[in-house]
Design a binder for this molecule. Structure first.
Ligand code: NAI
Length: 394
């Protein structure tokens, strides 16, 4: 019987020093852990370290962080390109490229270095925890620990046990991440977990509207920000997340849902991914981020904006309702997930209650009638609730 024990004195290792790894490392170091950040690429390590230190200095200048807090984080993080340096860790969180084989490969190496009492977590957005566990020697010590971008700011963390994760590993991990000041929600090992499953239409339905030439990307972003109150438009957000991550998540969820057309990826995003136009990080995605780029002006037609808003929102609510129907998570956790994990202005189920489930159904059924595509089939739960005049939150 292994003895798992996570507390303030535990050494935490983060594998991968990209957008997510560096954010998670900051959270861990801020709590007081000795934090080791490993990356295969020395250049990335140097850039990430400089970026983190510069951002901490700026936060101190602006009075948002004390000098002590900034110094504590800097002193607690050690960057390395030698994987052996993680050997004394009690918890390893992997945040490297979203690829099953590459992740499985690193877990095998990690298992050779750390003690059997070390808990191993993955920050994967969409790969099943069961498949990532399959090649491990000690499968009960492994689980999903899914932070949101930027990890040092967004409070939500999805905790995803596989069927083989021990209850001790689950409890120790959940307690530690709660102590880090995060809001953890327990999530089933299903495609996209909670947030990335329910959020798919925010991207895919917006791209569909763009591909059908109903509106350009700036107009769709304007509609969803101004009319619906989303903090970022879908195209700005996809460019910010990176199409190398966002496209791969969409494709993985679609495949893992046995090619359900509701989750079907789009050709235009696939081409951006294939061309290396990942968005902000590569200088071009749906938008051009070069110095001389011409700013795209949205068409601020309120009627068009409302059509875009209702279509995307109805698809999001449909996904949230189906997640309730299939018992993926509770109504409360679904509301928390979407407001705290991706900063939605309102929980989707509350939104459905406010607008009226009947109106959401009419929007979906009109789309279904028009396109005759399974993509637009309404959740059974919406239909039954409408028939019985029910609301989600009362
Ligand atoms: P990223 O591309 O910014 O960083 C990945 C890092 O991993 C790079 O620094 C790369 O050098 C390193 N790396 C690649 N292969 C490696 C290996 N074999 N050994 C060690 N280091 C290696 O990616 P990002 O965005 O940080 O994503 C990392 C993980 O987090 C992915 O699984 C992604 O799905 C997940 N995630 C991403 C979110 C996002 O919004 N970007 C949100 C939540 C989860």
């Amino acid at each position: 019987m292994e003895n798992y024990n996570l507390d303030k004195n535990s050494i935490i290792a983060i594998i991968g020093c990209g957008a997510m790894g560096s954010g998670i490392a900051q959270v861990s170091a801020d709590y007081g852990h000795n934090t080791i950040v490993y990356d295969i690429n020395e250049d990335v390590i140097n850039k990430s370290k400089t970026k983190l230190f510069v951002s901490l200095d700026k936060l101190v200048e602006k009075g948002k962080f004390s000098q002590d807090k900034s110094d504590k984080i800097k002193n607690n993080i050690k960057f390395t390109t030698k994987l052996e340096d993680i050997s004394n860790s009690s918890l390893v969180i992997e945040a490297i490229v979203e690829n099953l084989e590459i992740k499985q490969n690193i877990f095998n190496k990690v298992e050779e270095l750390v003690s059997p009492n070390c808990i191993i977590g993955t920050n994967t957005s969409s790969i099943s925890i069961a498949s990532l566990t399959s090649k491990l020697k000690y499968k009960e010590r492994f689980l999903g620990i899914h932070f949101f971008n930027p990890a040092q700011i967004l409070p939500l963390v999805e905790i995803i046990p596989s069927l083989l994760t021990s209850s001790d590993v689950l409890n120790q991990t959940k307690t530690l991440i709660d102590n880090w000041g995060k809001l953890t929600i327990l999530t089933k090992d299903t495609p996209g977990f909670i947030v990335n499953r329910i959020a798919r239409p925010f991207y895919s339905e917006s791209i569909r509207i763009f591909e059908e030439n109903i509106a350009d990307v700036a107009t769709i972003d304007w509609a969803l920000k101004t009319i619906s109150g989303f903090r970022m438009g879908p195209f700005e957000l996809m460019d910010y997340i990176g199409h190398d991550v966002n496209y791969v998540v969409t494709e993985t969820v679609w495949k893992d849902m046995f090619y359900d057309p509701r989750f079907k990826p789009s050709i235009s995003q696939k081409r951006l991914f294939e061309s290396g136009q990942f968005g902000l990080k590569s200088g071009k995605g749906f938008y051009d981020y070069s110095e001389n780029a011409v700013k795209v002006i949205p068409n601020e037609d309120i009627n068009l904006g409302n059509v875009i808003f209702m279509r995307v929102l109805a698809m999001l609510i449909n996904e949230a309702a189906d997640a309730v129907y299939y018992n993926i998570a509770s109504i409360n956790d679904i509301e928390l997930a979407m407001t705290k994990g991706v900063n939605y202005p309102k929980g989707l189920l509350l939104w459905a209650d406010e607008i009226g489930i009947d109106k959401i159904l009419i929007t979906l059924d009109n789309l279904y009638e028009l396109y005759r595509e399974d993509r637009y089939r309404a959740s059974v739960l919406l239909r039954t609730m409408n028939k019985n005049n029910q609301k989600f939150l009362s």
